[in-house]
Write a protein that binds this ligand. Structure first.
Ligand code: AG3
Length: 295
């Protein structure tokens, strides 16, 4: 197998994901980060930022459906949404499936990510041409600082790992601005990294520590994302008004699912409830983190 093209992303000491590649489709440095698109025989096209897997055609539906739908099905009729990051368009695509949506602001710091997604992942990025979507090339933390109070029904943080350019999107100041721009009944949903990652497992307890003083209800849920580091991923939902399970009506969600544009492949009303049932070690990770003094 000499000369075979391969890609690996290691999360620790040579442990991680490896795949052979059929082709290297695109590679550039945008001035902010390396952006590459590669073709893998099993995962299809893969979007890599600084050598980290952002999405693959094979499993992106799990990540994007699970970031968006638990929050949007909790709200009776979500209209205005803010997406921070998510320049590939997957999160916006899921948001737009809900017929009640009137306005979506997407704030992506790197316009090249949007352009590359439009060329190489046209179905993922399809939502960008929808008139309800407004693109902003800005730093997410700065954008929320200048956004009007109480405007959004939902805020989604679709960021990379909590280092480098994304670091400010995991901070106290940013979360408090997210709370301010949300309507009193609004919901914040964010990706909170893998609970099995040797370093970033600390993201989940940290997110709880920072969000609890700001929101009455803070709860995390899990989904398998096989091409992300460790393969298991956490998301965190926060709201001053809605409890993610007690205020969730499976019957209502089921009815609304019939009216969505397109069919969901992962999220179901049953799965909404199941995803919040956390394994023991994840419950412990969160409660140990809450017992510690704030960093
Ligand atoms: N959002 C989460 C990416 C984190 C993956 N981390 C990694 N591969 N080291 C990606 C954006 C998808 N819209």
């Amino acid at each position: 197998m000499g000369g075979e093209l391969r890609f690996s992303e290691f999360f620790s000491h040579g442990a991680g994901l490896t795949t052979s590649l059929d082709a290297l489709l695109h590679c550039e440095h945008s001035g902010i980060q390396h952006i590459c698109v590669v073709q893998s025989p099993v995962f299809g096209r893969m979007l890599l930022l600084d050598g980290m897997v952002m999405l693959t055609e094979w499993d992106e539906f799990i990540y994007h459906e699970m970031l968006v739908h638990p929050a949007l099905f909790l709200l009776p009729s979500p209209r205005r949404v803010l997406v921070i990051g998510g320049g590939d368009g997957g999160t916006v695509r899921e948001v737009l499936r809900h017929p009640s949506i009137e306005h979506v602001d997407l704030v992506e710091i790197d316009p090249r990510v949007i352009a590359v997604a439009q060329s190489y992942f046209p179905t993922v990025a399809a939502g960008f041409s929808d008139p309800r979507v407004h693109l902003h090339h800005a730093d997410g933390a700065e954008f929320v600082r200048s956004a009007p109070s109480g405007f959004y029904d939902a805020v989604f943080v679709d960021s990379t790992d909590p280092t480098g350019i994304a670091e400010s999107l995991f901070g106290e100041a940013f979360y408090s601005e997210c709370q301010r721009v949300l309507h009193a009944t609004g919901v914040l949903a964010l990706q909170s990294e893998s609970p099995l990652h040797p370093v970033y497992c600390q993201t989940l307890p940290r997110v709880h520590r920072l969000l609890r003083p700001l929101f009455r209800h803070v709860a995390s849920y899990l989904a398998p994302i096989p091409t992300y580091p460790t393969g298991i991923w956490s998301f965190t939902l926060a709201s001053r008004h809605y409890h993610p399970l007690e205020d969730f009506s499976p019957t209502n969600a089921q009815q609304r699912m019939e009216c969505l544009s397109g069919k969901l492949r992962y999220y179901t009303a049953e799965l909404h409830r199941a995803a919040f049932a956390l394994p023991g070690f994840v419950q412990e990770l969160i409660s140990e983190g809450l017992a510690q003094p704030a960093p």
